[in-house]
Design a protein around this ligand. Structure first.
Ligand SMILES: [Zn+2]
Length: 286
């Protein structure tokens, strides 16, 4: 069978925002871990250029304001820039008006760099508040990339779900916001991250992670034959030498397969939406 696989390399360039934001770090040592994201980003830009593959970068406004020249370099290299909060705020932890303000501030930061509003949103911590999907629609987003109800197949987000315990879960109405799903097993932070006191100790071997990620790719390629393979990585994590070499090996492995194309998530969402218009889907269901 002919294969149609899109590979989306996505990088959440949290940098210092995640340390001074949700982790409330004050120590220069903790903050410097985020600062390393700058080094990782320089290396990743070189890798992406050498392999001639586009990527999608979800960048908090805080990172854009802290490293504007570097973020401009990312955009100038032809990569997509998506929304990732201002200072890595979890939408479930702020009132809805604050969520709106953060959304607007992040959009303005991206517009200052690219001249355009972002197409995509990835929630910090992959959490969405009950208002998030409606807000993303209101601000004209094409897609979200924070949910996990599928692995390699995009789908439409919903509003109006009803979570109850005295009866079945009630699914709401599909809306015009494409979901490009993610998963913790396809994220570099759980495997490699480390947090003291030992709340989380990753530091796994890149060899082990290569086996997991390439096996998921093999399943998609061999069993499904069609879909989107999305990896979520962080410059401050994947940018370490041994991990970067693993990523390069994986890029080469995936590139060696016929029918595999590296794309930005905006391009994938645009193509998927054209091929699966929401109205026709609703009619088919009705
Ligand atoms: Zn993040």
């Amino acid at each position: 069978m002919a294969r149609h696989i899109a590979v989306c390399l996505s990088f959440d360039f949290d940098a210092i925002s995640i340390w001074v934001g949700p982790m409330r770090a004050q120590s220069p040592s903790a903050i410097s871990r985020g600062e390393f994201g700058k080094v990782g980003t320089h290396r990743l830009l070189e890798v992406l250029q050498r392999h001639q593959v586009p990527a999608t970068w979800f960048i908090p406004g805080h990172t854009i304001d802290t490293f504007p020249d570097l973020v401009k370099r990312i955009a100038d290299a032809g990569h997509e820039i998506g929304h990732h909060g201002y200072c890595h705020e979890n939408p479930t932890s702020v009132p809805v008006e604050e969520e709106r303000r953060i959304l607007e501030r992040g959009i303005a930061c991206i517009q200052r760099i690219t001249g355009k509003a972002p197409l995509g949103y990835r929630s910090p911590a992959w959490d969405l508040s009950p208002a998030s999907v409606s807000l993303l629609l209101e601000y004209g987003f094409l897609y979200d990339s924070s949910l996990m109800a599928d692995d390699f197949t995009p789908y439409y987000c919903r509003v109006g779900d009803l979570a109850r315990t005295d009866g079945p879960y009630v699914f709401g109405r599909e809306v015009d916001l494409v979901e490009l799903p993610v998963d913790w097993s396809l994220d570099d932070w759980p495997y490699f991250g480390l947090h003291w006191p030992a709340r989380h100790v990753g530091l796994r071997s890149p060899e082990e992670v290569y086996r997991i990620w390439s096996a998921d790719f093999d399943f998609l390629y061999q069993r499904l034959g069609e879909g989107v393979f999305t990896l979520t990585m962080h410059p401050q994590v994947i940018g370490r030498g041994h991990r970067l070499l693993m990523l390069e090996r994986l890029i080469e492995y995936m590139k060696s397969h016929e029918g595999v194309t590296f794309k930005t998530m905006g391009d994938v969402a645009t193509e998927w939406k054209l091929a699966h218009p929401l109205e026709r889907k609703e009619e088919a269901q009705g």
